[in-house]
Ligand binder design. Structure first.
Ligand SMILES: O=C(CO)[C@H](O)[C@H](O)COP(=O)(O)O
Ligand SMILES: [Fe+2]
Length: 215
């Protein structure tokens, strides 16, 4: 099956955000990936609610919101109201993860958990049934344009095996440094959602690049 492609708007031209979103609307992208950074959980600040509202105003594709923020429970309701279809909170930012998952489930959005590169997938063994999507970071979160971490393949294989053993449907999303070289290997390993920021927005033809990732 063709993967779900979620271009990351972080790499877009923010001075032309309407044009960039319209390009994604026209493309074969499935979702739009939205990176929210708070300058605390990660050493960078991206953008917040007014920018998301501007994106949402023009977007015709579901919004996949990746929260790189501390205490995400403070804001998930707001993100849902701003049109989030999927919300991922970071495992490392949630000492009471089960409570966060319940909150997302009650909001009726796709329930996501993001994992830093050093965080073992085994830590999700007892919550996998409550999770719809794992956003597996294949770079250290905080910045676009970084190099893909090769150990990601083995994490994907392990997580896919865990989901199969528990007989639970799970989206495995790869976030960071995705390109046309690693995309087929990631899908082969068991991923089904690919986020791509710089590879799409720095391409001469982003629409063709998205189509290429979709295979
Ligand atoms: O979550 C992220 C960074 O923290 C971004 O989604 C990710 O880096 C995508 O950008 P690129 O494809 O350029 O690596
Ligand atoms: Fe992201």
């Amino acid at each position: 099956m063709a993967p779900i492609i979620a271009p990351s708007i972080l790499a877009a031209d923010f001075a032309n955000i309407q044009k960039e979103v319209e390009m994604l609307n026209e493309s074969s992208a499935d979702w739009i990936h939205i990176d929210i950074m708070d300058g605390m959980f990660v050493p960078n600040i991206s953008f917040g609610m007014p920018v998301l509202a501007a994106i949402q105003k023009h977007a015709k594709k579901p919004l996949d919101v990746h929260l790189m923020i501390e205490q995400p429970e403070r804001y998930v309701e707001t993100f849902k109201k701003l049109g989030a279809d999927t919300i991922s909170v970071h495992y490392e930012a949630c000492p009471h993860l089960h409570r966060n998952l319940q909150q997302l489930r009650d909001l009726d959005c796709r329930v996501g958990v993001a994992l830093n590169p050093h965080t073992s997938v085994e830590l999700l063994a007892d919550t996998l049934q409550d999770i719809d999507l794992v956003c597996m970071m294949s770079v250290n979160p905080g910045f676009g344009g970084q190099k893909f971490i090769e150990q990601t393949y083995q994490k994907v294989r392990k997580l896919r095996a865990m989901a199969e053993a528990q007989n639970t449907p799970l989206h495995i999303e790869i976030d960071g440094g995705v390109n046309s070289e690693n995309a087929p290997k990631l899908i082969e390993a068991g991923a089904d959602v690919l986020v791509a920021g710089s590879f799409v927005f720095r391409a001469e033809d982003p629409i063709a690049t998205i189509a290429g990732l979709k295979g």
